[in-house]
Design a protein around this ligand. Structure first.
Ligand SMILES: Cc1ncc(COP(=O)(O)O)c(C=O)c1O
Length: 447
């Protein structure tokens, strides 16, 4: 157990009261009976009673290589002791070393991606990507995707395609939303096979009817995270890419959740679709617990910023850079990307078995690598969402030692996204615990 340095431990009830008193009321929590996590070790976390949980949600898809990965922490602590903060106004070695490593890592997604800027979060990265696209193209029209999530700043919230995550605000104008590659819920007259073609035609119609006819950018998550692990068919992005290029837009891949090996074998999720993004935005898993985000783009697009000032106080700070570099190194050393494919395939097979066992309430199992989702319905014919069932399953699973996430417009998709170091044994435990939790929840809700 780690040495206690933060004073007397607080109980769940004390934390509940203090959250109510001192935190913004929109600060959410998942469980009726919350869990007080005090320690993390690779794919496991421990509560204040020493109880172990498999973190099958990676603290919202952020712990990519494992909680407190010893090799990562060692290098971060070394950096903390050497130089904690320095800005880009002065030279320091960590930022250029990391930027070079990022360019090498992005080569397969697009060999022209070479120039980075680092931020502290995903929404700042998306803001910058939008700014770059505007500067480069000289226009302000954007197409994002329904069901998407891009963050909580004004532009990121405007790009987000879910009312749940939008407040009543005067949004940034010029943003339009195209259909998602949601094969489980195709519009009437559209089948999963022709969804990609239909969606690309819709994108073209949006450009023709709702914009000035020129596009700054199309932005999408390769697999939508908060949207409920919506995984588009193979031709969805290639067809949309062609339309985006026809109208002069840049293609932005938001890899905040899908990056760094999570989808299995590929460093960036978009590589599965074979299109070459002009800008990649990232955060969460690249930092594995430190506030680190960023963009990588082509020299040509980056040049649109020459002569303009852009600055971010903590962006590219030595500690985040050192940890980011260590994260990429351990992904390569332990081939966590490959593990994501191997264990992910094993896990999805287990989840598909669960679907057979609970065919009445599991409508769809989808995803790639260790970015998996299970969509729950009240009845497979009507496909009516079952969000209460999901809440109950999550509560029972937590009580049995597995932390799961949720997503989707109706909150009816369970998200299974453990750290990339997870084993097949952990995957089996996740499936067993989910099975027991589903049984209890179905009994409770009579489904
Ligand atoms: C796909 C995606 N993009 C952007 C963001 C915003 O990242 P941040 O919370 O670091 O601003 C998130 C956060 O969950 C995300 O999932």
């Amino acid at each position: 157990m780690a040495k206690r340095t933060q004073g007397k431990p607080l109980t769940v009830d004390q934390i509940r009261k203090m959250r109510e008193e001192y935190l913004l009321p929109s600060t959410m929590t998942y469980y009726k009976k919350p869990v007080n996590i005090v320690r993390g070790e690779m794919q496991y976390v421990y509560d204040d009673r020493g109880r172990r949980y498999i973190d099958a949600f990676s603290a919202v898809v952020t712990i990519s290589v494992g909680h407190c990965h010893p090799e990562v922490i060692e290098r971060t602590v070394e950096q903390l002791k050497t130089l904690q903060h320095m800005t880009t106004l002065y030279f320091h070695p960590t930022i250029v070393r990391y930027a070079k490593k990022m360019a090498e890592s992005a080569r397969k997604a697009n060999p022209n991606l070479k120039v980075s800027f680092f931020t502290n979060s995903g929404c700042e990265a998306n803001e910058l990507a939008a700014l770059l696209a505007k500067n480069y193209t000289g226009t302000h029209e954007f197409i994002a995707v329904r069901h998407s999530f891009h963050g909580r700043t004004l532009m990121a919230m405007t790009l987000t395609g879910q009312s749940l995550w939008r407040h009543s605000l005067p949004y940034v104008f010029g943003v339009h939303h195209a259909p998602a590659g949601y094969t489980y819920r195709c519009p009437v007259g559209v089948s999963p096979r022709n969804l990609g073609k239909w969606a690309a035609e819709e994108v073209e119609k949006i450009i023709k009817y709702s914009t000035c006819g020129k596009l700054a950018a199309f932005i999408a998550e390769p697999i939508q995270g908060f949207g409920g692990v919506i995984t588009p068919p193979p031709d969805y992005f290639p067809r949309i890419y062609d339309v985006v290029k026809k109208y002069g837009g840049v293609f932005i891949s938001d890899e905040v959740q899908t990056g760094f090996g999570r989808t299995g074998d590929k460093f960036f999720g978009i590589e599965h679709w074979g299109v070459k993004p002009d800008i990649i935005t990232m955060a969460k898993g690249i930092g594995n617990g430190v506030p680190l985000g960023g963009i990588i783009t082509t020299r040509e697009i980056a040049e649109s910023m020459r002569g303009k000032v852009h600055f971010n106080t903590y962006g590219g700070n030595p500690v985040s850079m050192a940890q980011g570099e260590a994260v990429i190194d351990v992904i390569r050393k332990y081939r966590y990307d490959r593990n994501a494919r191997i264990v992910g395939n094993h896990l999805i097979r287990g989840l598909r078995e669960l679907q057979k066992r609970h065919a009445k309430v599991i409508g769809d199992v989808r995803g790639k690598g260790l970015m998996l989702g299970v969509e729950f319905v009240k009845d497979p014919r009507s496909k009516a969402p079952a969000p209460e069932l999901v809440l109950s399953i999550m509560e029972h699973a937590k009580n049995a030692g597995v932390l799961l996430g949720k997503g989707g417009m109706a909150g009816n998709t369970i998200r299974v996204k453990p750290p990339l170091c997870v084993t097949k044994k952990d995957a089996d435990e996740i499936v067993d615990v989910m099975d027991g939790a589903i049984k209890k929840a179905r009994k409770e809700l009579r489904l």
